[in-house]
Design a protein. Sequence first.
Length: 312
Amino acid sequence: MTPAERRGLWLGFAGVAIFALTLPMTRLAVGTPQAPLMSGVFVALGRAAVAAVFSALFLLVTRAPWPRASEWWPLVLTSAGVVFGFPLFTSVAMRYVEAVHASVIVGVLPLATALVGALLHRQRPSHGFWACALFGSALVVAFALLRSGPGEGLHLHVADMLLLAAMGCAAVGYGYGARLSQRMRAEHVICWALVIAWPLTLPLALWTRPAAALPASAWWAFGYVALFSMWIGFFAWYRGLALGGTVRVSQVQLVQPFLSMMFAVPLLGEHLDLVTLGFALAVIATVFAGRRMPVRAAPRPAASVSPALEPR
């Protein structure tokens, strides 16, 4: 392993550690159905609006060049995934599920990220990869059904479906963001993604802002997800992916569910039982196995011109 790859792994771990606090802090900001605090929409859009201000200043200070024409559409997709989709779905869901529960649901995110990365690079995942992806998804659904609530029958809670949607959004945002990090500064990727979303996030955040006084803990939690989860964490994460490679560095996501659970217990007073821990271990083992399955390059189409006439 080269020094750059080793540095990439450490930066990737730093990003994952920052992201691991996102679910507990979001829960702390939105409250519970019995004691609601901030709305999930405000937490999601407000944190993006705040981070966009820091992003604009950072782009000015570092004299960031304007993205090239070919980079705008990937930036829009990155923004749709990690600025709008994942924060919005998780923030709304976290009022209705505990952070420990949510950590299991999003545990298959590394596999989803690997799948998006394979599609972006026009690769073909093996049958083993697909088997692991299906089994991991089945474990997540089984856990959600098992925890659907006594006397309510087996069904997926709306919050669980929102978390699954958030996982898909994050995978798309990570995949396109990592791809952009190969062509532009990793720090600039998330900054531009936030800045281009600001005309939407700012007015919507102001419209949904809390009208009543809230405890300081909710505002501290909001500050964390705005400054760290939405901004600084991506500095480390995208830089790590660029230095160490997406396939290698994304492996460190395997520890994120356990870190989230460890943070949720003291911060929120949640309980970690053996069933939840068992499902988390099973999901992570499936993800680990899936990430080791071969992913083949797709066959190149036959050339329509003779090799002598092909552009060089």
